[in-house]
Design a protein around this ligand. Structure first.
Ligand code: WQD
Length: 344
């Protein structure tokens, strides 16, 4: 079975993807520097799959140690690249660290691919490249808008780097997966989202409020031009998202793709508002959520949700899990982490 290099494999989406790859019988080598994750995630992966993935603690900003991984594992046939800084607000405060980390990591990987003859690459991208879309749902050919943040800009620049290098390395086969809003946790509640510090994202803030870590949830604006006034997003279950990466890897290894650079939008195709998420969370868990409406958050778009028809037809992949099950999985994960902390 093929060996897949997963960068950022102890991160949120990375760890869920490693689980799915291992369960498909593939070999996995993880590169991570724990800048936004915890070594204990490896135990969670092993608990779920019964296998410890091979692991290298490497910072991709260091070219030589990146090359050393490829030298050590000549069996690597494909790469899934998750490792990147991803907090929108933080990227506004520290733009240079975002450009250095997110761009240099990709450049070193592409150099290593050329040097060690690896040609299959799946890139973790984001719907943030579309900015505030002109029309909904958003298809892959929607115009790329000026990014709202340095984080979003690094995603756009990385996709341009991948496209530009196609000329000089036509043997490379690349798939860029543009995620909408990944949420939830593995049904085992042994891995999930582990935001360091105060969560930026809605769902971990909801579960931390419900468990009592946060006093209340701020709803950033209910004065949008939407049915209930709160902003709309396409919330996709992280396990559904992880499975899409396995499909993408198989497509590359089986050489089934049409072009050497493909883009797919990964969402559910359904938009839900912040207030709908809150209501659904309360109904699914029986927990009452204390929230207060405050002003809009800088940089937020009003509505964005995916046109999933291309991913459904071309990849033969579709998001399966409903929002209730997904929010419940996030809640079960929060309770699991809380039980571990109180056990310490
Ligand atoms: C969702 C909605 C907020 C927190 C970002 C990145 C995207 C991806 C996911 C990395 C918005 C509202 C949130 C809160 C709130 N990141 N909200 N109170 O901003 O859509 O997407 O994270 O891969 O690339 O752009 O996600 O979860 O932060 O916000 O009201 O405490 O929830 O205003 O409408 P976002 P989010």
């Amino acid at each position: 079975m093929p060996t897949i290099l997963v960068t950022g494999g102890t991160g949120y989406i990375g760890s869920h993807t490693v689980v799915e790859l291992l369960e498909e019988g593939m070999e996995v080598v993880i590169i991570d520097n724990f800048s936004n994750s915890d070594r204990k995630v490896l135990d969670g992966i092993a608990e779920i799959t019964g296998k410890y993935p091979l692991f290298e603690e490497v910072d991709l900003r260091d070219r030589q140690s990146t090359y050393a991984v490829f030298k050590k594992y000549p069996e690597i046939e494909a790469i899934i690249h998750f490792a990147a800084f991803k907090a929108v607000g933080e990227s506004v405060e520290k733009p240079l660290s975002y450009y250095e980390n997110n761009l240099l990591s990709l450049i070193h990987l592409l150099e290593a691919m050329k040097r060690y003859g690896v040609a299959n690459f799946v890139f973790s991208s984001s719907c943030t490249v579309y900015g505030e879309p002109d029309s909904l749902p958003v298809a892959e050919d929607a115009p790329i808008k000026k990014a709202n943040s340095p984080y979003g800009n690094t995603k756009q620049i990385c996709e341009e780097i991948l496209l530009d290098t196609q000329e000089s390395t036509p043997e490379n086969r690349v798939i860029s997966l543009r995620y909408f809003n990944p949420i939830g946790a593995h049904p085992s509640a042994r891995i999930g989202e582990l935001p360091l510090g105060i969560p930026n994202n809605l769902v971990p803030f909801i579960t931390q409020t419900a468990i009592g870590i946060r006093d209340y949830l701020k709803v950033f604006g209910t004065d949008y031009n939407t049915p209930d006034g709160s902003a709309i997003r396409d919330y996709i279950n992280v396990v559904d998202l992880a499975k899409a990466h396995v499909v993408a890897i198989r497509r590359l290894l089986d050489n089934r793709q049409k072009a050497s650079f493909e883009v797919f939008n990964l969402g559910t195709g359904k938009g839900l508002s912040v207030l709908e998420i809150i209501q659904t969370f309360e109904n699914a868990t029986g927990e009452k959520l204390d929230y207060r409406v405050v002003k809009r958050r800088e940089g937020d778009v009003e509505q964005v949700y995916a046109d999933t028809s291309y991913a459904n037809s071309e990849l033969g992949w579709k998001a399966e899990k409903g929002i209730e099950e997904t929010l419940l999985s996030a809640w079960n994960w929060e309770k699991f982490i809380h039980s571990k902390k109180s056990a310490l």
